[in-house]
Design a protein around this ligand. Structure first.
Ligand SMILES: [Zn+2]
Length: 149
């Protein structure tokens, strides 16, 4: 997406949400070159991402499924639905930009990284389910990093 002021190709999405009728996505973008902010309405393409699971089988990406898992990790934490929505929109764009297929491991890792910035408890809950910690020591070490900083 080109900046409408300086024509730079280098813009980043700062907010992304579905319009009310659900057919397009309203995006706030900022030009990384001149910092001009603008809004675009982009037609919602049905996400055609394919998830490659650990055992090599593939299935269509389904946001609600992933969202449920993350939401569960956020139980009683100060994380809002809006934060989750925009987190997922940003990640979906990243994955789609890298190709049509994304591994479930990559999905887990990206969600973990983003959750870590949002809420450390939600992060560790999500991580304990999705990352296969090699052993108990590794898990403890990760916990230690978070809670004994
Ligand atoms: Zn610009």
């Amino acid at each position: 997406m080109r900046c409408s002021r300086c024509k730079s190709q280098d813009t980043s999405v700062i907010d992304s949400r579905l319009t009310e009728e659900g057919r397009s996505v309203r995006r706030r973008r900022e030009c990384t070159n001149c910092h001009y902010r603008f809004t675009t309405f982009e037609r919602q393409e049905m996400t055609s991402l394919i998830v490659v699971k650990r055992d090599g089988t593939r299935e269509p990406y389904a946001r609600p499924k992933l969202e449920r898992g993350i939401w569960l990790s956020c139980t009683k934490r100060p994380v809002t639905r809006e934060q989750l929505d925009s987190l997922l929109s940003r990640l979906e764009e990243e994955w789609a930009a890298e190709g049509q297929e994304v591994t479930s491991a990559k999905i887990g890792e990206s969600v973990m990284l983003e959750l870590k910035k949002l809420d450390s408890v939600a992060y560790i809950r999500f991580a304990s389910v999705h990352r296969e910690f090699k052993d108990v020591e590794e898990f403890k070490e990760e916990l230690g990093k978070i809670f004994h900083k």
